[in-house]
Design a protein around this ligand. Structure first.
Ligand code: BTN
Length: 265
C-alpha cells in the first residue's frame, strides 16, 4: 500500500521520504504524537489501513474500517508561537478540499470548523493537536485527517448512516484511498509552505467553502445552548455569531461545537 501511495506522489514532494504505513493502528494521531515526542521531523506522514481507536474533535470517535478510507496524520514543526497557528485547522480543511477536488473531481464544502461535507452529509473530518515547549512555542502540531472513500451506506455505524457519505457514494465509482492519500500529502505539503505567510488568503478560501456562514446555528457549550446566525470568520478562524438578542459572540473551536438549527449542517 505504501508503494501505491508513493507511485501517486510526485518526486518533488520531500514528505515521501518520511512516510509510514500501518495496516492497523489505534490512532494515527496518537502514534504521530508519540513519534513527534521522540523527535520525528517536520513532514513525517502516517497512514493506516484501519484504526481501532480513531479520534475526532470533542472526544468523539471516528469510524475507520479497513481499506474504506484515508486515515492520515502529519507532523508539522512550524517553530512559531501558538497565536500564529490559530488558523491551522482551517488551512488543513482548505488543503483537504483541494486534494479531494484534484483526486475525485468533486468540490467538498466545510462545516465550521473541521468537517468536510458534500450535500448535507459528512465526508470526512480533521483533528489538529498541538504540543508546546518550555518557552511556550509550538514544539509540534499533528494534523489528522479521515476521509471516507469506499463505504456504502450500510458500511457506516447505524447512527451515522443518515449523516455520513463517501467518495464512492458521491461519484458512483469505487475510489482508491491510495490516490487520495497522495493528493492529500501533496496538498498539505503545499499548504504548510504558505501557512505562516498567507493566512489571509487561506482564510478567504476557507470562507468561500464554509457552508456555516449565513446559517442559523446552535452553539453547544458544555453547560448551555445558544442560538444565532453565523455571520463571519475572524482573522484567526473563529466563528462570529450574531445571537438572537443582537449581540455578537466569537466562538473558538476548542470550546464548543456548532450545529445547524434544523440538523447536522
Ligand atoms: C472529526 O470528525 O472530528 C475529526 C476526525 C479526524 C479523524 C482522523 S483519522 C486520522 C487521524 N487519527 C485519528 O485518530 N483521528 C484523525
Amino acid at each position: 500500500m505504501k508503494q501505491k501511495v508513493l507511485s501517486h506522489l510526485t518526486t518533488e514532494c520531500p514528505w515521501r521520504d518520511t512516510l509510514y504505513w500501518y495496516d492497523t493502528i489505534d490512532s494515527t494521531n496518537t502514534k504521530a504524537k508519540q513519534m513527534a515526542l521522540q523527535g520525528a521531523p517536520h513532514g513525517t506522514v502516517l497512514l493506516a489501513g484501519s484504526q481501532t481507536g480513531g479520534r475526532g474533535r470533542m472526544g468523539r470517535s471516528f469510524s475507520s474500517p479497513d481499506a474504506m478510507g484515508v486515515y492520515l496524520s502529519v507532523i508539522l514543526r512550524p517553530g512559531c508561537t501558538p497565536d500564529r497557528l490559530m488558523h491551522l485547522t482551517c488551512a488543513a480543511a482548505v488543503a483537504c478540499c483541494q486534494a479531494v477536488e484534484s483526486a475525485a473531481g468533486i468540490s467538498p464544502q466545510i462545516k465550521w470548523i473541521n468537517d468536510l461535507v458534500c450535500g448535507s452529509r459528512k465526508l470526512g473530518g480533521i483533528l489538529t493537536e498541538l504540543s508546546f515547549d518550555a518557552q511556550g512555542l509550538v514544539d509540534f502540531a499533528v494534523i489528522g485527517i479521515g476521509i471516507n472513500c469506499r463505504q456504502q451506506k450500510e458500511d457506516f455505524p447505524e447512527e451515522l448512516q443518515e449523516l455520513a457519505t463517501s467518495l464512492a457514494m458521491i461519484t458512483g465509482r469505487d475510489f482508491s484511498p491510495a490516490q487520495l492519500a497522495a493528493a492529500l500529502i501533496e496538498s498539505l505539503y503545499k499548504m504548510s509552505a504558505r501557512l505562516l505567510t498567507e493566512t489571509k488568503q487561506i482564510l478567504d478560501t476557507y470562507r468561500r467553502r464554509c457552508i456555516t456562514l449565513g446559517k442559523e446555528v446552535k452553539i453547544l457549550h458544555p453547560e448551555h445552548i445558544r442560538c444565532g446566525t453565523a455571520i463571519d470568520l475572524s482573522d484567526d478562524g473563529a466563528l462570529i455569531v450574531r445571537l438572537c438578542d443582537g449581540s455578537t459572540e466569537t466562538v473558538h473551536s476548542g470550546e464548543v461545537s456548532v450545529r445547524g438549527m434544523y440538523g447536522y449542517l
